[in-house]
Design a protein around this ligand. Structure first.
Ligand code: FAD
Length: 419
């Protein structure tokens, strides 16, 4: 039965699964995507980075996404204790697009997987992957369909794009805890009713709590007066007030002056959601007959909206290697996939660490930097975290350290010299 075998089986129809499916199907391979839920489905992760546009184009899904008419995005604005600053992605060091979108993921993800289907991939919804047998040439999956029936799917390669499902990381024992602290996010969607003329809907707004270091907020405007809003912090602090997550979220929003003012008339349009302990890692991003994409491998932290960018990057790195391997070439997944992918992830990781230990806020709120340094930082925040020509990629920690030091120094004139 031809339906029980395929060239490439992909677990999960989120952005990484859709991108890999579209790329491989366009190359004439038989691709089956197995998705546990029924689309459209809600997902968090709504603010994209310009680097995503390069990847969407590479797998032929840019037009499908563009048809969604999503809210344009050109940067990130930051607010802390009444100080406002912004990074514009169009002023950046690396080549490539400087704008992207803020997307409601239910719609965005559905458009991508529909684009993959149109490219020739078969997609089965309401079907979950429950078991896996690794094999270098013929890995196989056990699928459980909507009425509980089990069947097996033999393939020549498996890509795990199951996101927080972390299917193969769990089934193969590759899962390992992240070295990042466990944090918690509370979030919802709103009709924002923002009237402030200073508010720039083309930027994500990141707020820092005036008194609690490490507690921060996102406000991601969508089209049509809607927005996503959330707060991130350690669970104990978030739970110290309020009887439920909705009260807690609004309590924290009201504690940040800019957000409190902007969202004074906001109306919630969905139940407040909670995600915690989302940072995760694996010992290895590949094994015999499989590779892990996006969140099914490693997830860092939401602060710089790098999740979908890394997910797409991993898909566009893996897909051509799968094609070559199935054509008979020997692929070294460690040096050709894992190491180059992890280099960009490591750049984001340095920025995440610098965010939580205070170096990056100090840099971002210091207005004295030269445009060139600002452009290098803008590049990483725009997702160009793999561009080794950027000193803030090639030597992230050293550059962030010296810049943060210079920013805390009264004599900010030295800032231009250290970089
Ligand atoms: P997903 O989009 O999670 O897709 C995985 C799919 O696999 C799902 O549809 C799921 O149903 C399916 N699946 C799971 N298990 C199974 C199974 N057993 N069988 C079959 N299918 C299965 N990223 C950004 O880029 N920008 C942001 O602003 C942003 N904000 C975030 C805020 C928070 C609080 C958090 C926690 C994350 C945020 N992220 C953000 C990260 C973003 O959500 C993810 O990185 C991104 O969705 C990963 O895409 P993916 O394709 O790897 O997986």
């Amino acid at each position: 039965d031809t339906h029980d075998t395929t060239d490439v089986a992909i677990i999960g129809a989120g952005p990484s699964g859709a991108a890999a499916a579209a790329w491989l199907a366009r190359r004439g391979l038989h691709v089956r995507v197995i998705e546990r839920s029924r689309f459209p489905r809600f997902s968090i992760g709504e603010s994209l980075l310009p680097q995503c546009m390069v990847h969407l184009e590479a797998c032929g899904l840019l037009e499908a996404a563009r048809a969604g008419d999503f809210q344009p995005k050109n940067g990130a604005a930051f607010t802390w204790r009444g100080q406002d600053t912004a990074i514009d992605f169009r002023d950046k060091f690396s080549p490539g697009p400087g704008t992207t979108w803020q997307v409601e993921r239910a719609d965005f993800d559905q458009r991508l997987i529909e684009g993959a289907r149109q490219a020739g991939a078969e997609v089965e919804f309401d079907t979950s992957v429950e078991a896996f047998v690794a094999d270098a040439d013929h890995p196989s999956l056990t699928l459980v369909g909507p009425s509980g029936e089990r069947r097996s799917l033999r393939s020549r390669f498996v890509l795990d794009a199951s996101g927080y499902g972390r299917v193969l990381a769990r089934l193969t024992g590759l899962a390992r805890p992240s070295t990042l602290e466990s944090r918690c996010a509370l979030f919802t969607h709103i009709e924002d009713h923002i009237v402030c003329p200073r508010h720039d809907r083309e930027k994500i707004l990141i707020g820092l709590h005036p008194d609690h270091p490490g507690i921060w907020y996102w406000l991601i405007p969508f089209r049509n007066g809607r927005a996503s809003v959330g707060v991130v912090g350690d669970r104990a602090t978030l739970e110290a007030t309020g009887i439920d997550d909705s009260e807690r979220l609004w309590h924290f929003i009201h504690a940040e002056p800019r957000l409190a003012e902007l969202l004074a008339n906001a109306e919630t349009t969905r139940d407040v959601g909670r995600l915690e302990g989302y940072s995760a890692d694996v010992q290895q991003l590949h094994g015999p007959g499989f590779a892990l994409l996006g969140n099914a491998g490693e997830f860092l932290d939401p602060v710089f909206s790098s999740g979908v960018t890394i997910a797409l990057d991993s898909a566009l790195r893996a897909a051509p290697l799968v094609e070559r391997q199935l054509a008979g070439e020997k692929i070294d997944w460690e040096t050709q996939f894992e190491q180059p992918l992890r280099r960009g992830v490591a750049t984001f990781r340095e920025f995440v660490d610098a965010w939580y230990d205070g170096r990056l806020p100090r840099i971002i709120f210091n207005a004295q930097q030269t445009p060139r340094i600002r452009a290098m930082i803008s590049s990483v925040l725009a997702g160009y975290a793999w561009d080794e020509n950027n000193p803030f990629v090639a030597a992230s920690r050293r550059r962030l350290n010296s810049l943060a030091e210079a920013c805390s120094d009264e004599a900010s004139s030295i800032i231009s010299e250290v970089c």
